[in-house]
Design a protein. Structure first.
Length: 561
RNA sequence: GUCCCCAUCGUCUAGCCAGGUCCAGGACAUCACCCUUUCAAGGUGAAGACACGGGUUCAAAUCCCGUUGGGGAUACCA
């Protein structure tokens, strides 16, 4: 299965102000007596964040659990920050997560239903519940009484009278004279119009609820059932935000500049971006690197993401994953991400931890939700992911490894077909099965096993490993390699790995040494490093010809003295 | 500042609502040992928490009050 499906509804859509939908009738209260209707209402101002993903997941699960409907709605009343790219990305990410919505292709877009909001505002105005600001913005007058509501995860919540101030429900006219509602008004009108019965959202909205309730009452709209979940934070308790990426890149940059000249490095970075751009179509080209913007980035004067990414690429560090897309590119399975995310705030009890969305959809309930905030632990996610990879059937695993999109990896622009004819090549099967046991992410097989895919001259040779394994003890590694070469040469190509394993074992015995004395020099010769999968599998994947060629090429580099 | 919310191992949590079966269970991480040609994986085990102080009760992680700590809101952002 390809990582992203190409369903027709995910085609690019254009957000256009000039084609406002035909006015819809104001028919609130459409809800059926006992049909659960939930919704996820992202604002397309950025990528889908893991917090948003969890909210979507819970809303989806609750609707599915009760045989109801789950709708998507686009909250694009912030015209300056909403983009079609962001909207498209959010839909694609939800799709990737396995969350389907029941109004696909017909998602309401708030910017196109101004008539609905205007009608509501008129009603409030007629009731004398609004004041108009000098600039034309409209403010709603809060009633002067306590507002109490039942929250499904934290019981009864009361806001004392006078505590919530009057608030703006319609923004001042923009340049074209158009007036957009604020979130509060739009959310209340839309939820009613869509028949939403249950509103599940993050705790950051708890304080908004009295505003929404006051509006509902003033408009004569039904009050949905509310449930507020704790928030998700970084392991250190800070807020999970896109800025974390800039922070991480900055920290790495600052550390790096303690070991080198900053000006020189900046220069190298600028050059690097130019080269990298031609190498990687996906590379951020948004910001052209300059001394100035690099300096201001390092001085915390900007958090430019493409600068951060360029630095990360150059320094070969990983930026923290924040958005769903980040996790996709880092090689996480949607099933593992959903499972882990669901566990942040909900759990089925009985020490059950591993489950899929289907299970969630059958078991999700408010009485097993937690009230507290939680911290996002990448180690645990990685562990879930590793387990999910181990549990995959072979076919799916091959496909996933083969089709995994990458954030950045130098070797990826090499051709894996140099090594494997195709995904059907038995070598590829051995490769996948070998890395299944040792991969935390879908990127691991191709990054850790990069040496399989490149020519000898492109192998990253670890000098330390070479010194330790080859040169030490008067070059015993070189001697071992020389002894190994003729033995391997005699072996058949068919079953090369297993046969080689036998021979190496026998040879080690004859020489009176441990197997490592032979296997390690061999590893270093063929991979440049001391770490590879088991030697038999490694040799099988690489094949006899390449193995022997690499041994010879390595021997050619033997120091003469 | 004001208001709202929250509080069990480092982290996610079970247990709490219907007090005794909890000197608190699981998972991730950590450490040790086993396995082992490297790295993993796997196996076994160890260490590790009821924030604090008052009540109520024969009995409190569980109920009540307070303190402290953390988070959220206080936008013509959602």
């Amino acid at each position: 299965m390809p990582p992203f499906s190409s369903r027709p509804h995910l085609q690019v859509r254009v957000i256009r102000d000039d084609v406002l939908c035909a006015p819809r009738p104001l028919h609130y209260n459409r809800r059926m007596a006992d049909t659960v209707i939930t919704r996820f209402a992202p604002s397309p101002t950025g990528a889908l964040h893991v917090g948003g993903a969890r909210t979507a997941l819970f809303n989806w699960a609750y609707a599915r659990r009760h045989g109801g409907k789950f709708f998507l709605r686009i909250e694009d009343t912030d015209r300056a920050r909403s983009t079609e790219a962001a909207e498209e990305g959010i839909l694609r990410d939800l799709d990737w997560l396995g969350i389907d919505w029941d109004n696909q292709g017909k998602e309401p877009r708030q910017s196109q239903r101004l008539d609905l909001y205007n009608a509501a505002i008129e009603k409030l105005r007629a009731a004398g519940l609004t004041t108009t600001e000098e600039n034309g913005a409209v403010r709603f007058t809060m009633p002067n009484r306590d507002i109490t509501f039942e929250d499904k995860v934290r019981d009864e919540v009361t806001f004392p009278a006078g505590q919530i101030e009057d608030f703006i429900i319609q923004k001042a006219p923009d340049r074209e004279g158009k007036q957009y509602p604020t979130y509060h008004l739009a959310v209340v009108v839309d939820d009613a119009e869509m028949g939403v019965t249950h509103v599940l959202r993050g705790q950051e909205h708890l304080n908004n609820t009295p505003k929404h309730i006051a509006l509902q009452e003033a408009l004569g709209l039904p009050r949905p059932t509310y449930a507020h979940f704790g928030l998700i934070f970084n392991p250190d308790g800070s807020k999970m935000s896109k800025r974390d990426k800039a922070k991480a890149a900055r920290a790495a940059a600052l550390e790096h500049t303690t070991t080198c000249d900053q000006q020189q490095w900046f220069d190298a970075l600028i050059q690097f971006q130019k080269q990298a751009t031609s190498l990687y179509p996906d590379l951020p080209t948004g910001t052209q690197l300059t001394y100035d913007n690099l300096e201001s980035f390092c001085n915390k004067q900007n958090d430019d993401l493409s600068i951060a990414k360029s630095i990360a690429l150059n320094l070969k560090i990983e930026l923290p994953e924040i958005d769903v897309k980040d996790f996709t590119l880092s090689g996480y399975l949607s099933t593992a991400l959903c499972n882990y995310l669901a566990l942040l705030g909900w759990n089925p009890g009985n020490d059950v931890e591993k489950f899929d969305n289907n299970f969630l959809a059958q078991n999700f309930s408010f009485d097993r939700c937690n009230k507290g905030d939680s911290r996002f632990d990448r180690d645990k996610l990685a562990s879930f992911n590793a387990d999910a990879i181990k549990a995959m059937n072979s076919n799916t695993l091959y496909q996933m490894i083969w089709n995994q999109p990458y954030n950045h990896n130098f070797f990826l622009h090499k051709d894996p077909n140099k090594t494997f004819g195709s995904a059907d090549d038995p070598k590829f099967t051995t490769f996948c099965e070998t890395y299944r046991e040792r991969s935390k992410t879908l990127c691991d097989p191709l990054t850790q096993g990069a040496f399989f895919f490149v020519g000898y001259d492109e192998i990253q040779i670890d000098d330390k490993a070479r010194k330790k394994v080859m040169d030490k003890n008067e070059g015993e590694g070189w001697k071992a390699l020389e002894a190994l070469k003729p033995v391997l040469e005699q072996l058949p190509e068919d079953g090369f790995g297993a046969a080689a394993h036998e021979k190496i074992k026998a040879l080690a015995e004859r020489m009176g040494v441990g197997m490592g004395k032979l296997a390690q020099p061999l590893r270093v010769a063929i991979s440049g490093n001391t770490v590879t999968p088991p030697i038999d599998a490694t040799l099988d994947i690489l094949g006899k010809d390449k193995t022997l060629a690499r041994i010879q090429q390595t021997l050619d580099e033997k120091p003469t003295c």
